[in-house]
Design a protein around this ligand. Sequence first.
Ligand code: A2P
Length: 331
Amino acid sequence: MYNVAVVGATGAVGQKMIDVLTEYEFPISELRLYASARSAGKTVEVNGQSIVIRELTDAIYADPIDIALFSAGGSISEQYAPRLSEQGVIVIDNSSAFRMQEGIPLIVPEVNRVELSPERTLIANPNCSTIQSVVALAPLAEVYGLTRVAYTSYQAVSGSGQKGIDDLERGARGEEPTNYPYPIYDNVLPHIDVFLENGYTKEEQKMMDETRKILNAPNLGVTATCVRVPVRNSHAVSITVSLERDATVAEVKAVLADAPGVVLMDNPSELTYPTPLDANGTDEVYVGRIRRDDSQPNTFHLWCVADNVRKGAAANAVQIAQCMISQTATK
Ligand code: A2P
C-alpha cells in the first residue's frame, strides 16, 4: 500500500485524478491532497472519507509520500517535483515542464511503458492530444513503420481547466470571454497556448515533439494544427498518416481493432464513428473514419477521439503509477 499525494487536487485534472485513483482501487494507505493557500483547510469527500486540503509548501519534503501526482501548472512542478523525486518519491507530472528533457520518461503505458524503470522516479505525462494520437499511431508504427503524420485537432474547452468551461458558458449567455482572446461559443479558435517564432503554437509544437519522443522516432515528419472548439469535453484529432509499407484499409482496421486501449468505431454504412460524447467519462481511444488518402502513397486518414481530462491527463497519470508499482515489490 502506498501514500499517494495529488498536488493541484482542486483543479479539473486533480479532481479527476482522485476519481480515477478511487475507481481503479489504487492501493492507497493515505491520500494526501495539496493545493494553494486559497483552498487549504477545505475538505473533499473521497470514498466516504473527508480529506482536508493542505497548502503546498516546503513542508511536503518531510511528508510521508510514496507517489505524487502533480497537476498544478509548470512552475509548481519545476519548484517541487525534482527534489521530491530525488528523495525517492515517484513523481508523475502532468505539466509540460519536463516532457522534452533527456532522461525523463514521457509515457503512454499502451505505447512505451518499457521506458519506465524504478530508478527514474520523475516521469512526465504527455500533452492530452498527443496521448490519444499515439495510442492510435503506435500499433501502425510497429506493423508498417511511419514516415509522416499530419494532425488537425478539435480540442474541448475543458483542456483549459475550469476557465475554459466558464468561457463557453459565459458565451452561451451572451457575455464576453475572460479566458480566450475571442468568444469560443459559436466559434472556433485556431490558437491553443502561445504563438512561437516559427508560426506554430506551443500546443502544436508539443504535439510534434512529444509524438517523436514517445514513438522513439526522432526523424518522423510531424506537423500539427490545433484548434479550440466549443465542446465542453473530449478532444478529436484528425490524423493523416503515411506508412513505410503499404496496407489495405481492412488491414489497418484489423491492426487498430486489436490494439491496446483502442476501440474501433468505424462503420459508415450504419453512421458509426466516434464523437466526443461517446468518449466522455471513459479511458479508451476511439478511432473511426479510416480511409485511404489517394493523393499520397501509403497514406490513411484516421479520426481519433478521447476524453482529454481522463485518458489525456488523469487516467494516463494513474496508469503510469500502476506500471511503476507493478515494477517494484509490493510494500
Ligand atoms: P487552488 O484551487 O487552490 O488555486 P486548474 O488547472 O484546473 O486551474 O487547477 C490548478 C490547480 O493547481 C488547482 O488545484 C490549484 O489550487 C493549484 N495551484 C495553483 N497555484 C498553486 C500554488 N501556488 N500552490 C499549490 N497549488 C496551486
